[in-house]
Design a protein around this ligand. Structure first.
Ligand code: SF4
Length: 208
């Protein structure tokens, strides 16, 4: 039996909010190299946990998508961080060949892997954590800012339709950090960037 191209940690058969203006199914990819305190899917951070009992396997997801051809506009690969998994281009290719448009949610930790999947994508939701200098405080991983900004530049140069957004957590980004972020966004010409408030329900407890 051929192994599945990606490890899936969740599946949403229909979503109206994962790709603005599109009716999509969402595949939640398992694993993320970062560890943001406000993460709403902390169960998706470990690369190889137990597969949740209610999560269909990859073949079952393909069957479900087959049944929904003509009913959905596209399929979004979300996470976790989808580009963590080397099999992502194969998984996207399988879904594309079924006729679906493809969206990707990413925070850009792997610029090289993002570059490989960009030609397969119709839309990207790109999560900008902060200005480059403040990334490590948000992701809790050293050097994350340079990788994320390299990915962002690749996305902007690709011409792929996209949305950029930042989850704003005042415990992580003070006024000076916000000013640095705004200056970088302006420098990149991102005048329609979305700032979204951080919700604490569903996140892990923080250190006092
Ligand atoms: S990058 Fe996203 S999935 Fe990864 S820890 Fe941060 S919020 Fe969670």
């Amino acid at each position: 039996m051929t192994p599945p191209p990606i490890r899936v940690g969740g599946f949403q058969a229909m979503s109206l909010c994962d790709w603005p203006g599109q009716i999509v199914a969402t595949v939640f990819c398992q694993g993320c190299p970062w560890d943001c305190p406000y993460c709403h899917n902390p169960q998706l951070i470990p690369p190889r946990p137990e597969t949740p009992a209610d999560c269909p396997d990859w073949d079952a997801i393909l069957d479900l998508l087959q049944d929904r051809r003509g009913l959905l506009d596209g399929v979004v690969f979300s996470g976790g961080e989808p580009t963590l998994q080397r099999g992502l281009p194969d998984a996207i290719g399988q879904v594309r060949r079924m006729g679906f448009r493809i969206g990707l949610h990413t925070a850009g930790p792997y610029p090289g892997r993002l570059a490989r999947v960009l030609p397969l994508l119709d839309w990207v939701g790109f999560d900008i954590k902060s200005g480059k200098a403040d990334y490590d405080r948000v992701t809790r991983v050293k050097g994350s800012g340079a990788r994320a900004h390299a990915s962002l530049r690749l996305l902007l140069a690709s011409g792929v339709d996209h949305e950029t957004r930042t989850t704003y957590d005042p415990a992580l980004l003070d006024n000076a950090a916000l000013a640095r972020l705004r200056a970088e966004l302006a420098g990149l010409g991102l005048d329609r960037h979305k700032m979204q408030p951080c919700r604490t329900t569903g996140t892990r407890p923080r250190d006092p």
